[in-house]
Design a protein around this ligand. Structure first.
Ligand SMILES: O=c1[nH]c(=O)n([C@H]2C[C@H](O)[C@@H](COP(=O)(O)O)O2)cc1CO
Ligand SMILES: [Zn+2]
Length: 189
């Protein structure tokens, strides 16, 4: 796994000497990478053939209190995933799909989300901005911006700014790779 908290174990930027003991140096993931990583992993569960979005809500104690991804409403079976602009509106996904942010909020495992931060892989639309504000979320960290719905994006920014909810872009400097072979634990002999 990459160690985005810094290439040196102590964050000084200086190369670290090899550990003298048999204890292996640990890579410690920085908070933003961890929480956006969880949002990114959740996105991978989405069945949207075009755009997979994930969201992860974190409370002030840095505990995860909700995770979600974009998907069709619970128990729905035959709703369309098409985005084809030539089709009737009722045959396209947009009227039906639950956004990742909505699902993360609905999936919350705490009494409320006051003071929480939402990590989301795509810039929230105006409808999600309303949910975020009404839930009492106090910071939004996003990753990508598609800008194919400029009015929605502008309205979302306007509402979040108006309510003084900071909006921050996550700009990763490296990848997170989970190598399961490195998570294989062996008993010490
Ligand atoms: O904030 C969002 N959260 C979210 O989950 N989505 C979802 C809805 C759709 O399933 C998909 C967007 O589809 P498309 O890129 O094909 O227009 O992303 C979209 C946005 C932004 O509009
Ligand atoms: Zn939305």
């Amino acid at each position: 796994m990459a160690s985005p908290s810094g290439s040196s174990a102590d964050g000084s930027g200086k190369a670290q000497e090899a550990p003298q003991t048999s204890e292996k140096a640990r890579e410690v993931l920085a908070d933003d990478y961890y929480f956006m990583g969880i949002a990114g992993l959740a996105a991978k569960k989405s069945k949207d053939p075009m755009t997979q979005v994930g969201a992860c809500i974190v409370n002030q104690e840095k505990k995860i209190v909700g995770v979600g991804y974009n998907g069709m409403p619970r128990d729905s079976k035959n709703l369309p995933w098409s985005r084809n602009a030539e089709k009737e509106e009722a045959e396209r996904k947009y009227l039906y799909v639950c956004h990742a942010e909505l699902n993360a909020i609905m999936n919350k495992n705490s009494a409320d989300l006051k003071g929480c931060t939402m990590y989301v892989t795509l810039f929230p639309c105006n409808e999600c901005a309303k949910l975020i504000l009404q839930a009492g979320i106090k910071e939004v960290v996003y990753f990508s911006e598609k800008n194919d719905t400029p009015a929605s994006t502008a309205a979302s920014k306007k509402m979040l700014e108006d309510a003084a909810v900071p909006l921050r872009k996550f700009e990763p400097k490296e990848a997170i790779v989970i190598d399961f072979s490195k998570l294989q634990h062996h008993s010490a002999k």
